[in-house]
Ligand binder design. Sequence first.
Ligand code: PEP
Length: 245
Amino acid sequence: MSAKKLIAANWKMNGSRALVEAVVQQLANLSTAVDVLICPPATLLPHFPVSRHYALGAQNLSEHNEGAFTGELSAGLIKETGASYVLVGHSERRQYYAETDQLVCRKVQQAVSSGLTPVLCIGETLTERQQENTEQVIAKQLAAVYASHPELLVKSVIAYEPVWAIGTGESATPEQAQATHAFIRRQLAQYDDAAAAKVKILYGGSVNAANCIALFAQADIDGALVGGASLKPSEFMQICQSAKD
Ligand code: PEP
């Protein structure tokens, strides 16, 4: 567990240059007691001025270095925009673009070897939770990356995002989220004990200014990955401020 929380914004395929300006303005007064990461569409990355108030990330990367991969973005191209993080294996990538655990693993490797910090997204579907398979699903998603590459853990951030909570307005309860975060940390300890104790585990899924306070009070919740509410500059700012120690 680490003291300073990380609040990450996933704009998905939303936003505009006007939103960049509005968010930059809001965050200008933010305390540095919280780390903020903005992941806008990649074309907007160069429009963010360099700032001590936030880091930047892409939402996806290619597993390849370069070459004939039309429409893809390499880690190198992402780094040239000034970004230092990248989301990997978001459930929308897994669901709509058929990203497998194996591909997700290659992308985490590619990110780390290129000097980008991967935010590995994991989480169960509603059916998997109803069938009481949450822990099994998460253990498999983690094992796919860290069982054979434990050295990647110390360079990673984990985002637990129950699929049933993403964009639905139905967040996991603080108790549900804490139980799963603690499970994630225990699972990771078998790959690298020291890294597991320190790795940031973010919660994602319908986080907003009202529900974030109870989530942030949980021992193993080190921040949030925020979708919809990150598109509202003042609400996102409120979430960031709630994450101060
Ligand atoms: C997300 O897509 O990563 C997410 C958490 O979205 P939302 O906050 O809108 O549920």
